[in-house]
Design a protein. Sequence first.
Length: 373
Amino acid sequence: MTDTRRILTIFGTRPEAIKMFPLVHALEADSRLESRVCVSGQHRGMLDQVLEVSGITPHHDLDLMQPDQTLDSLTARLLTGLGQVMDAEQPDWVVVQGDTATAMAGAMAAYYRKIPVAHVEAGLRSGNIHHPWPEEVNRKIIGTIAALHCAPTETSAAALRRENVDPSTIHVTGNTVIDALHWITARIRQQPELARGLSELEARFASKRIIGVTSHRRENFGDGMQGIASAIRRLAARSDVAVIFPVHLNPNVGRVMQAELGGLDNVALIEPLDYPHFARLIDISTLMLTDSGGVQEEAPALGKPVLVMRETTERPEGVEAGTARLVGTDADRIIAETNRLLDDGESYAAMARAHNPFGDGHSSARIVDLLAG
Ligand code: UD1
Ligand code: UDP
């Protein structure tokens, strides 16, 4: 290894970009390390929203998204493309985040070249390879390959130890999503106009309680997504409620949501929000309904109750802290749990307390030290 270690950071989707930008900022600021960034472009528009807000210009952009891409063709394109970038860059470390196809293929391509892999957000496990799908297997593959495991919490570190990962390679760093949240909150404080794009909707729904919604999980396509859509339609029949739902660009999501919810007065189906506006949406919402991973971490940090429309979670910390509750995708259950929060002040107050089990906002600095050490 040369004196200045070359770190190749790889990401491709919206959540990876949000959780990697604080690390890229920290790598760029550290003279012990040379930062190189490769984006796969697995997401195009939603990735670019994050690159723009965070001011990151990647050194490589594979631009490989295709409409309604399948997992196998996506993975094949990722392996070849990322391998070529590694051959050109010859990094000392490859850093991947989370559990997407980009992260899994990045780890595999590095392994084929015997380049050590650092895994950010290591050790999340639902214990069910079909929920979330295919993320549970992606993260297990990365966990098998990685030489450095940056676990967000003690729970995730323990999951890795149970899989016989060498304990000396596991470090509890916190989740960089909290670094991202702190950074964006500070930016909005300096420049409030960054998050003012919702003001028309805020005025339209001024007399209502807002429910913020996101949904995109592949394992929910079909019955699950139909259940979610029908729950939202029935909840929107309440005159005191409005729903703001930035719809994920996966066409399998938009199709169902437009058919079920398009044209309802108090449901705003909108384009994906950039990060400052999504932080604002959490802020103005009474509660969040989501199947997202990242939102399960952000809502507790901001003290917003979050009902998780999934059968399992790899993030039990929010549930244990009392800010998150697993409600599945059955419409009746989603409606009952939401109505309880809306109508029972005590239940609401019990969930609406800020907890930060996921980090203290200094995770990136810890990871940089580990990479430099
Ligand atoms: C991916 C990740 C998932 C992650 C999610 C975050 C995998 C296998 N899945 O799922 O783990 O939780 O991102 O959002 O890695 N699309 C666009 N523009 C975009 C983004 C997506 O048009 O900016 C459309 C395209 O038609 C694309 C489709 O959405 O083919 C699916 O994208 P893909 O990344 O394959 O899957 P996601 O469901 O987004
Ligand atoms: N997010 C965003 N705009 C939106 C919806 C979500 O910026 O319209 C952010 C959200 O704050 C979180 C991340 O995207 O940090 C979650 O991404 P997603 O739900 O797509 O993926 P997951 O976390 O489930 O992998």
